[in-house]
Design a protein around this ligand. Structure first.
Ligand code: GDP
Ligand code: IMO
Ligand code: MG
Length: 430
């Protein structure tokens, strides 16, 4: 039996992604042995700034940036081998080495195939309009996972004869669908097979049973950080459906996605920005499509790590964030990008929603309701000056301290970390 592992932590986004999860996972990884990704795919983009150098990962856990850490890609991830190897090669060019010594991939992880990317893009541009996906083939890959007979997993790469037959069958079928629905030209199954056969050969030494590995690490007393991607409001069940991604990317997905029992992780750290952003379509009650939003976008460099799309920016939404914090059961929070708000005065915080003239008692992850809600704002005084050099909470301007304390009260979870700059060191502990 495995006793409760108190030292392990899962990091989860509490808004619509890009809260700065990468920075906090990197921070926690310093005192951990293993970092595990459990959901999503190359639609994620996690950036860490070390000594002025910015590193971005998409599929690899950010633990690869620290020597001597083991990194695992769990079964809940959907893996595009081309994206994985590009990431590994790009990091190598910058002196970061990823080998089976520091990376293992679950044999149960599903593969993103070229036709998934075609389907994702075709759906996005189809007459019905899209979700504003990253076009990385994420939705169609998870759909095939549930469909079962048309899916391919990392483990399938080992048997090249079976792989060939399966790719031939699935591509033939998929070409018909793509032609009828989107008038797309057919894909060559042989070409796809040869590519994936070669990917498989390169991937072989990385493939492992990650559940077994995690259990062994836990028994040996190793510390594990689970790296959430995306965020609670993008969770396929609990987010602002259908404007979500296709995985259980709130905290609730960690057990199935990493393939571990509940004893392995019971400590959840929520990550939230000091304001809100969103990329792609979907409701965003506190959006500021105006000079305030533009100010936040420029100061916060709010352009997608994966797609470079400008992110939609708006005020902090305590209704939405409290819902996520409750859902994920977080016991502490890191508030990120506080420095970005410097110079805005007054600051607004959404403390409630009005829906058809009445106050809503709680956030509702329902498109129709969210499209109609009117945010109720509370004003707070802003602050001036560069706060990125502060290393103690007490060094922050009084107004910045008050702002953080107000967020803490509204979300009802202790804010234990405050981030005041992208740099690894620009993190204050409370
Ligand atoms: P993730 O997807 O949650 O890991 O977040 P991203 O990496 O996509 O986006 C967060 C961005 O903000 C990255 O470019 C980080 O380098 C940057 N960042 C993180 N924390 C801070 C902060 O406190 N201040 C500023 N100015 N930038 C930050
Ligand atoms: P990280 O881990 C921000 C959004 C997309 C789109 C929707 C569906 O960096 O926080 P998909 O390609 O997943 O089918 O797109 O989800 N989205 C993200 N937005 N950060 C992310 O990840 C995201 N992952 C998906 O913009 O609206
Ligand atoms: Mg991101």
């Amino acid at each position: 039996m495995i006793p409760v592992q108190e030292a392990n932590t899962c990091v989860v986004g509490l808004q619509w992604g890009d809260e700065g999860k990468g920075k906090i996972v990197d921070y926690l990884a310093e005192h951990a042995d293993v970092v595990v990704r459990y959901c999503g795919g190359a639609n994620a983009g996690h950036s860490v700034q070390i000594g002025g150098q910015k590193y971005s990962t998409h599929l690899l856990p950010v633990g690869v940036l620290r020597p001597g850490k083991m990194n695992l890609i769990g079964n809940g991830v959907v893996l595009d081998p081309a994206a994985l190897f590009k990431e590994i090669d790009d990091l190598l060019a910058r002196g970061i080495v990823v080998t089976p010594e520091n990376l293992r991939i679950s044999y149960k992880t599903h593969l993103v195939m070229p036709y998934h990317m075609h389907e994702d893009a075709a759906r996005e541009t189809s007459a019905g309009g899209g979700i504003g996906t990253t076009r990385r083939g994420i939705g169609p890959t998870y759909a095939d996972k549930m469909q079962r007979m048309t899916a391919l997993r990392v483990g399938d790469l080992a048997n090249e004869i079976n792989l060939k037959a399966k790719i031939a069958r699935v591509v033939e079928e998929r070409n018909k669908v793509l032609k009828v629905l989107y008038d797309a030209p057919p894909l060559d199954w042989k070409d796809i097979f040869e590519k994936y056969r070669d990917f498989g050969r390169r991937m072989q030494p990385f493939i492992d049973d990650t559940t077994y590995l995690i259990l062994q690490y836990a028994k040996a007393g190793k510390r594990i950080v689970f790296e959430g991607a995306h965020a609670a409001l993008l969770d396929v069940d609990h987010g602002t459906y259908p404007y979500v991604t296709s995985s259980n990317c709130s905290a609730l997905g960690v057990y199935t996605g990493a393939g571990v029992p509940p004893q392995i992780v019971q400590n959840f750290v929520g990550i939230m920005k000091a304001y809100c952003t969103r990329v792609g379509g979907g409701p965003f009650p506190t959006e500021q499509d105006n000079v305030t939003g533009a100010y936040i976008r420029e100061r916060g460099n709010e352009y997608g790590t994966t797609t470079r799309r400008p992110r939609r920016c708006g005020w902090f939404d305590a209704m939405a964030t409290r819902y996520s914090a409750d859902l994920c059961g977080v016991s502490s929070i890191a508030v990120m990008l506080l420095d970005v708000l410097t110079g805005l005065n007054p600051l607004q915080i959404c403390v409630g929603y009005k829906y058809r003239g009445k106050a809503l008692p709680y956030f509702r992850a329902d498109m129709d309701v969210l499209a109609e809600v009117e945010p109720v704002y509370e004003s707070m005084p802003g602050w001036q000056g560069n706060i990125s050099a502060c290393r103690k909470f007490e060094e922050l301007p009084r107004e910045a301290q008050q702002y953080v304390k107000r967020l803490e009260k509204l979300v009802d979870v202790p804010i234990k970390m405050v981030s005041v700059g992208a740099e690894r060191s620009a993190t204050l502990m409370r």
